[in-house]
Design a protein around this ligand. Structure first.
Ligand code: AMP
Length: 380
């Protein structure tokens, strides 16, 4: 199967060819025809499977084939909600790249940066609005945008948005959208809460589940290094120094721990940056950009960075600490082994593990960390 046979316009196909996409991924094959037909869609796919294009391509195609009438208002026609600022920026970039040869405008709206440039863009009008729920609510309260023209709604990383406590905001936002619309809900897992959300806000959605529930890419090799807690940092340094040119994402459980690790690694001569909830948006964007372009080889992150970040060909993910919530382990190591590439996931396991986790932490319900969601949120 090719993108041509999925019925996408030549202008979209040209942009895809430039991105180096030749064959649709399984989630794209399954989702694009359903979405093009205007059906509601409830889709579960592993991270890194090409899910962004699975919703972005059909929505761009639908905007393109039913253009606005001349002189019609410039209210947004598509709303894409994402849990994090980084994911909003990334989805916006993808939509812009795919729609490069089409007259489809897009913008990203998220917190941590000034309101007024966003306000001006919203007032000028845009087709596709990619937003995090909190900042979108701020703009709605100031009447900077009118969502009554939304034809397509996408909820990306739905389970993550619920984990982060966005349900009340999502309900408010959904309440101001037209009832007559297409809704697509993408989620790494089909937790019961996700099913409930779908039952409430979607019309007879087509369910697509491409990957096994809570699984990770088969191309990832997992390695566990048992180590005395006091020697973890030295072991990390040893592993990183052994191949200091390889881009490595290191996960720390806490913001403070991440900062301490960065200081230690930098003192040891490794170019390192941190990304976590206490960093300003500018610092987060800069760290991610420098990691992506290779200026910085090591990025130390808390779980806020675990989902959705698209970093091409990331070869290694190191779990310096285990996450608060077992599911986050899957999302952490979903950063490597993407789109069929080889990946390596390393866990520096303290010899005395102070939690109920077992070695099959990512798959077993029993192995959930005994930590409340509130504690987990505070750490990010
Ligand atoms: P996503 O799951 O949307 O974050 O996508 C993961 C990565 O796969 C991104 O770098 C995409 O650019 C890339 N990708 C998505 N679809 C395809 C495709 N059909 N062929 C090649 N790469 C793709």
């Amino acid at each position: 199967m090719s993108f041509e046979t999925l019925g996408l316009s030549p202008a979209l196909l040209r942009a895809l060819a430039e991105q180096g996409y030749t064959t649709p991924t399984p989630i794209q094959l399954a989702a694009i025809p359903v979405a093009l037909a205007g059906r509601d869609l409830l889709a579960s796919a592993q991270t890194g499977t090409g899910k962004t294009a699975a919703f972005a391509l059909p929505l761009i195609e639908r905007l393109f084939t039913t253009p606005r009438l001349q002189g019609a208002s410039r209210k947004p026609r598509v709303l894409i909600l994402t849990p994090t600022r980084e994911l909003a920026a990334q989805v916006h970039d993808s939509v812009r790249d795919y729609a490069k040869y089409l007259r489809v405008s897009t913008t990203a709206i998220f917190g941590g940066v000034g309101m007024s440039p966003q306000t001006q863009t919203l007032r000028r009008g845009v087709d596709v609005l990619v937003a995090t729920p909190g900042r979108l609510m701020d703009h709605m309260e100031r009447r900077n945008t009118d969502l009554s023209g939304i034809e397509i709604l996408v909820l990306d990383e739905g389970d993550r948005m619920l984990d982060m406590g966005f349900l009340p905001a999502i309900r408010r936002i959904l309440g101001s959208l037209p009832k007559q619309r297409q809704t697509m809900l993408f989620s790494a897992t089909f937790a019961d809460e996700i099913k409930q959300l779908a039952a409430q806000f979607m019309r007879n959605p087509e369910e697509i589940q491409v990957a096994a529930r809570n699984s990770v890419a088969a191309t990832v090799t997992h390695r566990v290094h048992p180590v005395d807690a006091a020697r973890k940092r030295d072991l990390l340094l040893h592993l990183l120094a052994a191949d200091s040119r390889r881009q490595t994402l290191v996960f720390s459980r806490t913001k403070h721990g991440a900062d301490k690790l960065v200081t230690f690694l930098e003192k040891s001569g490794l170019s390192t940056a941190a990304i976590h909830g206490n960093k300003s948006q500018g610092a987060r964007t800069k760290a991610l950009k420098e990691f992506k372009n290779g200026k910085v080889t090591i990025l130390v992150a808390t779980d806020i960075a675990a989902r959705g970040l698209d970093i091409d060909q990331l070869p290694i993910v190191v779990n310096f600490d285990l996450p608060m919530v077992a599911e986050d382990y899957v999302h952490r190591i979903g950063r490597t082994g993407r789109a069929g590439a080889e990946g390596l996931a390393i866990w520096l396991r303290p010899k005395k593990v102070a939690c109920c986790a077992t070695s099959s932490a990512c798959s077993s319900r029993k192995s959930r960390w005994k930590m409340s969601k509130a504690t987990s949120q505070a750490a990010r």
